[in-house]
Ligand binder design. Structure first.
Ligand SMILES: Nc1ncnc2c1ncn2[C@@H]1O[C@H](COP(=O)(O)OP(=O)(O)OP(=O)(O)O)[C@@H](O)[C@H]1O
Ligand SMILES: [Mg+2]
Length: 429
């Protein structure tokens, strides 16, 4: 506080009486402060704007606009409103004093002036004004700090939820992938033997028929009963389709394990398309037609992407969130859209941009789109338009965090009501 008074204060004196001005400026200068002078209201207002005094001493009765009007105008201007104003009134004028305080003056002093009293009052109000200013600044700083802490807290919360969600889902998926991998292993391992045995047996039957052209009645009856000719023709076909089935199971198991890759601690090189494909595989059952909702077609147009250094499990989760939202939007449609003939399409396009510096992944649907008010809020944690129990409103908030904070990328959405929605993700290479 002493620091504060060590710099010379600048006091603006506004009075049309030269005598008063002389007495006051001598008092102020005597104290080591600087006195600025104005002789009417209008020039005072002008001077306040550029000279920015620390305090104003204002006479009530002046030619032109009076002290009250001058004060009102100063208080109405955001640049000058916080400078404390003290009125100078005649000792007897009680109404003036009250009126002055009512329109925003902090105090009054009475003529004739008592030098010491003037200085004491000026000091008091300069101090209050300084304290108020400091306090406002502190409040602003603290508010900014608190806002920042709150944001950090929300981010941390999201991260916790995200990793919890991911680890539960990841564990489940990894578990299933692992569980089905073993049976697939032995089915596929035994398959080659079965194929060989069956071929051998058929060869044997064939040979026997040739060498023993007149079998006994019982054998002939059995040959007829089991329709040996058809069996011998059909069996290799069955084996072939089983072989294909085993191939599909292996793909699914691989997809599950690809999806569940949650290399949390460090980034690894990852082929984005594998992630998208494994996600689509997991969502396949939701893409099929569902009674009253037609099937959803997924069209992929993949560019030549290099592998990306990333957290694969997290990126897969982003793809999952966005594609699942699109499917949700299609589920909503058939109640709302009359032209049911338009095919439901999710289009996924990838490409390399900006001279090989970034990849973009665009996921687009032709569902109902969003209203601008909804679109403005989709990345907010807990914002959802879905029924309780159906949506938590975290999907896109988490996706945003994963893309922007964890991968220094961008995620943007553009949506047109009753046309569809497009999400564009950009990731640096
Ligand atoms: N493709 C889309 N078409 C229409 N609206 C969408 C689409 N994607 C997101 N939205 C809107 O954005 C909101 C927020 O999506 P977000 O994924 O964050 O939460 P949610 O899907 O409601 O819940 P969950 O946490 O289960 O994902 C949705 O409730 C929906 O209104
Ligand atoms: Mg969602």
């Amino acid at each position: 506080m002493d620091d504060f008074f060590s710099k010379p204060m600048r006091i603006l004196l506004v009075d049309d009486n030269p005598n008063n001005l002389k007495v006051l400026s001598e008092t102020i200068q005597g104290y080591g402060w600087k006195a600025l002078i104005a002789t009417d209201g209008e020039s005072a207002i002008e001077q306040v704007e550029y000279a920015a005094p620390d305090l104003i001493l204002l006479d009530v009765m002046m030619p032109g606009i009076d002290g009250f009007e001058t004060c009102r105008r100063l208080k109405a201007n955001s640049i000058t409103q916080n400078i404390p104003v003290i009125f100078m009134t005649a000792l007897s004028d009680t109404t003036d004093k009250v009126k002055g305080l009512e329109i925003g003056a902090v105090d009054y002093i009475t003529k004739p002036f008592q030098q010491e009293e003037v200085i004491v009052r000026l000091k008091l109000h300069l101090k209050i004004s300084h304290l108020t200013h400091t306090l406002e600044q502190r409040v602003q700083e603290r508010t900014a700090e608190l806002t920042q802490s709150l944001q950090q807290l929300q981010q941390t919360q999201l991260q916790l939820i995200q990793s919890e969600k991911m680890s539960t889902l990841g564990q489940l998926v990894a578990g299933i992938g692992h569980e089905i991998n073993n049976p697939i292993g032995f089915i596929s391992g035994n398959y080659s033997h079965i194929e060989e045995y069956v071929k051998d047996l058929l060869r044997l039957v064939n040979l026997q028929q040739q060498k023993l052209p007149y079998p006994d009645l019982e054998v002939e009856e059995l040959v007829e009963e089991i329709d040996l000719e058809y069996l011998a023709e059909d069996l290799p076909k069955l084996l072939l389709s089983m072989h294909q089935g085993i191939g599909r199971l292996k793909d699914i198991s691989l997809s599950l394990r690809t999806f569940a890759r949650s290399d949390i601690s460090s980034k690894v090189e990852f082929q984005i398309h594998e992630g998208i494909n494994s996600t689509l595989m997991l969502l396949k059952h939701r893409l099929k037609d569902q009674g009253n909702r037609p099937k959803i077609e997924v069209v992929t147009q993949y560019g030549e992407l290099p592998p990306i250094r990333c957290y694969p499990g997290q990126l897969n989760q982003v793809f999952m969130n966005i594609i699942a939202n699109a499917i949700d939007a299609f589920d909503d449609i058939h109640q709302n859209r009359s032209d049911q003939d338009i095919p439901y399409i999710i289009m996924i396009t990838t490409s390399v941009e900006c001279q090989q510096q970034a990849v973009t992944i665009c996921i687009e649907d032709n569902a109902l789109g969003m209203h601008p008010e909804v679109q403005a809020r989709i990345f907010e944690p807990s914002f959802t338009t879905k029924a309780v129990g159906k949506g938590t409103g975290l999907g896109l908030a988490i996706s945003h965090q994963i893309i922007v904070d964890k991968h220094n990328g961008q995620i943007n959405c553009s949506s047109t009501c009753s046309k569809g929605t497009q999400f564009i993700i950009t990731l640096p290479i």
